[in-house]
Each structure stands twice: as structure tokens, then as C-alpha cells.
Design a protein around this ligand. Structure first.
Ligand SMILES: [Zn+2]
Length: 320
């Protein structure tokens, strides 16, 4: 077995330099895990409920008033509620064990759900954009202005409630992703208020302001879809943050018997990480000792970085 002084020797200079960054990446990995915790799930569920309710109320007013700006806001709120779906699916799929047909488990279903959600967000952005352009070309009167203004204000309240909730729980469980979602909802609350700008415009005799705000909503929705598409495509082509690989190497080097890290690869399947690692150990180890070294490396990695679901380990003799 290896003493702590050996760990110092095993430290590769490049890895040592990046240890602070690696530590941060480790925290980031923990954040992703925190999203699957009880309170993280609760925050997600309440967000979905409040945003869906907001979107439904707004949609009722859209059908009465014919306001394009409100249609855009309503569809955006609905899309945002929908984007929490992969996380729900992930929570459900966690209960399923890999079987002979799906030997790598069911994590990819989460990514597949992501593709459908991106497609629906982009499609809804295009629909709102198209409808708004049609309305600019063929103006129609917007009815029930006070109801539209009220629905816009409900959009603001719904999003702000979700923002407060996400920020509070996100900070409690230390989830950067949830905090980021909180700021997203706060911004959406402010865009809901811009529907009122359309109403004020109509009030002063400029009916085009409503479809123009609709176009703005369409652009924001397409932008959100584009960003989410980037995240999902990167995951599907197995992109990982290099800092995460450094964090894995650093953690591996701290495990007993590990003399160095020759290579490390990782890919996400859904929100869980699968790792392949080649480590050097002292030559001439018995099979028993090699097995123990390998087991403790696996245990060390999965306990310090719970985002890791699976570790494939190859041992190489250090002297060779
Ligand atoms: Zn949004």
C-alpha cells in the first residue's frame, strides 16, 4: 500500500497546476447530482406546476383577446415548464436497472427527451414568429386589453415566484444549475411585463406594437431553444469539461496504491458520468492486491464524485 508521500511523487506537474480548477469542477459535478436530490426535485416540480398554470391562464386570455405578444409569452412559459421534463424522466429511470438488452442502462433516454423538447421549443418559437409577421401584414384588433394586461402581470408573478423558489433552494443545496434557472425565471418575469408595453401601444393607437412584442418573444424563445440544443448536442457527442477529467485524475491519485494516471476518459449518459481510466500501479502485485487496489479506486471515485455512475479500470505496471 502507498503512503501519502508517494502520492506527492505520483503527482504529475500539469495535474498539480490545475488542482484548484479540478476542485471547482468536482463541485460542479456535485451540483449536477444535487439536482436529483429530494429538494431539487421538489423545486423542479413546483416550477413546472406554477409555470404551466401561468401559461394556461395566459392562453385562455390569448384565445379571448387575440394578442400575439401574450401568445408568445404563454408559449415561452409552457416551453420552460416542459424543459424540466428530462429531469423528471431521469428521476423515474433511476429506478430501472440495466438489463441484457440495455446493458449501459437508460441514461440516454434523458438525452433523447432533450431532443424532443428542443424541437418543440424551436417549433413554438417559429409559430409565434410566423403568426406575429402575419398579424403585422394583416392587422387585427386586440380585444379585452385589461385582461391582457392582467395576464401579463400574472406571467410576471408566476415567473418571479418560480425565481424566488429556485434561488432559495438552489442556494440551500448548493446547486449552481438551479440558481442559474432561478435567474432565467426572473428575466422571464420581466419579459412578461413587456406584453404590457404592447397594450400601452395599442391604447395610444399603435396596434403594431402587439405583434412586434410577439416577434421579440419569438426571438427569445428561439434563442433559448438554440442554447438548449447546444447543451444537448455536446452531450450526445460525448463532450466533457476537461476540468472534470482533471478532477477525476486528482481524486484517483489520492487513492491507495495508485502511482499515476495514464489516461482518463468520461462521457455522460443522461446526467450521470461513465468513466474509463488507466492507472499505473507497482509491478508484481498479486491478483488479490490488484483487485483490492482497483476496488478502492472505484469506491474512492464514486464516493467523492457522486455524479459518476460507472468506472471501468485498467491497471498497468508502473515499471513497464
Ligand atoms: Zn424562459
Amino acid at each position: 500500500m502507498q503512503s501519502f508521500s508517494d502520492i506527492e511523487e505520483a503527482d504529475n506537474v500539469e495535474l498539480a497546476n490545475s488542482s484548484i480548477a479540478a476542485k471547482n469542477a468536482g463541485i460542479e459535478a456535485l451540483n449536477q447530482y444535487a439536482l436529483t436530490s429530494e429538494s431539487g426535485i421538489m423545486a423542479t416540480e413546483w416550477s413546472v406546476i406554477i409555470l404551466t398554470l401561468t401559461a394556461v391562464i395566459q392562453f385562455v386570455v390569448v384565445s379571448l383577446s387575440g394578442s400575439m405578444a401574450l401568445l408568445g409569452d404563454s408559449i415561452h412559459n409552457f416551453s420552460d415548464a416542459l424543459s424540466a421534463l428530462p429531469l423528471w424522466l431521469a428521476f423515474f429511470l433511476q429506478k430501472l436497472q440495466p438489463d441484457k438488452r440495455f446493458s449501459h442502462g437508460f441514461g440516454r433516454f434523458e438525452d433523447l427527451a432533450g431532443i424532443f423538447i428542443v424541437a418543440s421549443i424551436i417549433l413554438s418559437g417559429l409559430v409565434v414568429g410566423f403568426e406575429s409577421i402575419m398579424r403585422l401584414l394583416h392587422p387585427e384588433k386586440v380585444h379585452h386589453l385589461p385582461a391582457v394586461m392582467m395576464a401579463a402581470f400574472i406571467g410576471f408573478l408566476g415567473n418571479e415566484a418560480v425565481a424566488l423558489f429556485r434561488l432559495k433552494i438552489g442556494k440551500e443545496i448548493g446547486s449552481a444549475a438551479l440558481v442559474a434557472d432561478g435567474y432565467h425565471a426572473r428575466l422571464d418575469g420581466l419579459t412578461s411585463l413587456s406584453v404590457m408595453v404592447g397594450c400601452v401601444g395599442i391604447w395610444f393607437g399603435y396596434p403594431q406594437t402587439d405583434p412586434l412584442v410577439g416577434l421579440l418573444m419569438s426571438a427569445l424563445t428561439l434563442w433559448a431553444g438554440w442554447e438548449l440544443a447546444g447543451t444537448i448536442v455536446k452531450r450526445l457527442v460525448d463532450e466533457v469539461d476537461p476540468q472534470l477529467l482533471n478532477a477525476i485524475s486528482q481524486t484517483a491519485l489520492q487513492q491507495p496504491g495508485i502511482r499515476g494516471v495514464k489516461s482518463v476518459k468520461a462521457r455522460f449518459s443522461g446526467h450521470r458520468l461513465r468513466v474509463e481510466i488507466v492507472v499505473s500501479v507497482d509491478g508484481g502485485l498479486s491478483v488479490d492486491t490488484a483487485q483490492k487496489t482497483s476496488d478502492s479506486l472505484r469506491a474512492g471515485l464514486t464516493s467523492s464524485m457522486p455524479v459518476i455512475e460507472h468506472v471501468a479500470i485498467e491497471l498497468a505496471a508502473k515499471d513497464l
